[in-house]
Ligand binder design. Structure first.
Ligand code: ZN
Length: 136
């Protein structure tokens, strides 16, 4: 859960608030951050979804605060760890992803027995947000 900064120091994975066009606060975005040179980089696995979220707002959004951990499962996993004061380490993240995946799979069973297509689609997209993290 660490990355080497261009300055040579180690970047830590944290959640931080990103401000979009001075109006929209997007809270709990997973970001690699360097304490040494203050360089920040959005975590690669959420970049695309964050881009889509911002893209949907257009150029002149209403002032608002969005909690990214409610929009994205990976950010939700990290926010859950922080809330329980657990370290953001590969082992605890992997365990939490597994727990959350099982929860979502249970819900998917419920959704499919109700033949609720919309809910099934949403759950599948949430599952893909979790599994995509293993690839990147
Ligand atoms: Zn640095």
């Amino acid at each position: 859960m660490q990355k080497r900064c261009t300055c040579g120091h180690t970047m830590k994975l944290i959640l931080r608030t990103v401000i979009y066009v001075h109006k929209v606060s997007i809270a709990n975005v997973p970001v690699f951050s360097c304490d040494y040179c203050s360089h920040n980089e959005v975590f690669p696995g959420v970049k695309e979804d964050l881009g889509q979220l911002v893209g949907r707002m257009g150029a002149a959004p209403e002032p608002q605060t969005i909690f990214f951990d409610e929009k994205h499962e990976w950010a939700g996993v990290l926010a859950g760890l922080i809330a329980q004061k657990e370290p953001i380490q590969a082992a605890s993240v992997a365990r939490r992803i597994e727990e959350r995946t099982n929860e979502l799979l249970d819900l998917l069973l419920v959704a499919s027995s109700l033949r609720d297509e919309t809910w099934q689609m949403e759950l599948r997209s949430r599952l893909s947000q979790l599994s995509a993290q293993y690839i990147s």
